[in-house]
Design a binder for this molecule. Structure first.
Ligand SMILES: [Zn+2]
Length: 439
């Protein structure tokens, strides 16, 4: 009951990588041989957890085989979640987190998520567009090279962009551009009155853009695209990637407002495999390309800004954002040591975001078989996935060890002490484990 394999469902959203180029497709097929990859279809998300719409099912688990993890949790919440987790998060049905793999071919919508207080307000006022009252913190860990948007650019970069790119300048208007450029205080201390004034100016600029009529945005977007070809040096002075990025995203979402509010105003973040970013509540972000491990709190509350055919709640969006403005480097998460694990793994990294619902542990072995890493019991439930190489897992002290291949997912119950052992000699045995503890 405390350690069993899961067969996880997936989503074919149209932004996913196609066929077997998708890590999601590879993992789904490896974990369940009955899954035949359709080489013409996108495979976007693998869901590991208790969400009812894409269930994870127990495999080779005796009487429990074929039951969903949610059914098992409901049958004995204390055994699967632990009383401390039930008390803290208030659910006897589901894990506090949802763990995912995403394979991204096309940009996802630019979005922000409410914090708990705003989530409750939005849900009360508009339950159709805001289906629950929770916050939705998200963390993304790159499995392959990843790019995304995260937070507004530092103020001086924004000032430079507003002054350099004519189409953006025209949308915002010369008066407001001058007010912004002359008014910002880039060295303001966090939380100071200067910092608050900076954010107000940034909000004014963003609000002006987001409230611009669609026909004007489309015309300016056509002109912007033409300029990336006629005057690439203008964009190169801001970032070596910018002209290409605008051209690529315009192919995916022609003449979209995201070309302005995403490509020109937000940080363009590149993560190498193993690097991570945490997406704060009320900060705008989007995933652009790559394969990632994502962990999030169980919620569907999204406020969208661009690169989407879905509902855009511009009023709430412009009101809710924090308008923090930090460098790309500050958006990346620190890689921390982890005390509750020891042994012969080459790498053990903790990603610990500033929220209670989850943390993720990365364990990587070098390519030598037979190396062992041991873990203390975690008070709450956890889910582990292997993203590369192979090995085995067992309850510490037990004779039975279970296979862990690339794409395999296991549920580990509260307080279960486990060991991982490496096997592959061509690729490093690599796992990610999402977990939650009340303390
Ligand atoms: Zn998000």
């Amino acid at each position: 009951m405390s350690l069993f394999r899961l067969d996880c469902g997936y989503q074919n959203y149209d932004w996913g990588k196609i066929g077997s180029s998708s890590a999601v497709a590879q993992f789904a097929a490896s974990s369940n041989p009955a899954t035949k990859i359709d080489e013409s279809k996108p495979y976007a998300e693998l869901w590991m957890g208790t969400h009812p719409s894409v269930p994870s099912k127990a495999v080779d688990a005796g009487n429990n085989t074929g039951k969903t993890l949610r059914e098992l949790v409901e049958s004995d919440p204390t055994a699967y979640l632990h009383s401390s987790i039930i008390e803290k998060f208030g659910s006897e049905k589901e894990l506090p987190f949802l763990f995912k793999v995403l394979s991204i071919e096309k940009v996802l919508s630019i979005q922000a998520h409410p914090d708990k207080k705003l989530g409750a307000q939005l849900h009360a006022a508009d339950p159709k567009n805001y289906p629950d009252d929770n916050h939705k913190p998200e963390m993304a860990i790159a499995v392959t090279a990843f790019e995304g948007f995260c937070g507004f650019k530092p103020l001086q970069e924004l000032a430079q962009t507003l002054q350099t790119i004519p189409e953006l300048n025209e949308i915002i208007g010369q008066d407001l551009v001058e007010e912004f450029v002359g008014g910002i205080k880039p060295d303001a201390e966090l939380g100071s009155s200067d910092d608050a004034a900076n954010r107000k100016l940034l909000q004014k600029v963003f609000g002006q853009l987001m409230n611009t009529e669609d026909t004007i945005i489309k015309a300016k977007a056509r002109s912007l695209l033409a300029r990336t070809k006629s005057e690439p040096e203008l964009f190169g002075a801001i970032s070596p990637f910018l002209a290409e990025l605008i051209q690529r995203l315009d192919k995916q979402f022609p003449e979209d407002i995201g070309l302005f509010c995403g490509c020109l105003l937000l940080n363009h973040v590149h993560l190498k495999a193993g690097e991570a970013m945490f997406l704060q509540a009320k900060d705008p972000h989007a995933y652009i390309s790559g394969d990632i491990i994502e962990c999030m709190a169980a919620s569907d509350n999204v406020v969208r800004a661009g690169f989407t055919p879905k509902f855009k709640d511009v009023k709430n969006l412009v009101e809710m954002l924090t308008y923090s403005y930090d460098s790309v480097e500050k958006q990346k998460m620190p890689l921390l040591p982890f005390a509750k694990s020891s042994g012969e793994a080459a790498k053990s990294v903790l990603y610990n975001p500033p929220i209670a619902e989850f943390a993720v542990l990365q364990i990587i072995f070098d390519t030598v078989a037979g190396k062992v890493q041991s873990f203390d019991g975690f008070e709450g439930p956890s889910i582990i996935i292997c993203t590369e190489g192979s090995g085995s897992i067992n309850i510490t002290g037990s004779e039975t060890s279970l296979p862990v291949k690339t794409g395999y997912v296991y549920f580990i119950g509260p307080n279960a002490e486990v060991q991982l052992e490496s096997e592959s000699t061509d690729k490093p045995f690599t796992t990610y484990r999402a977990f939650v503890e009340a303390e």
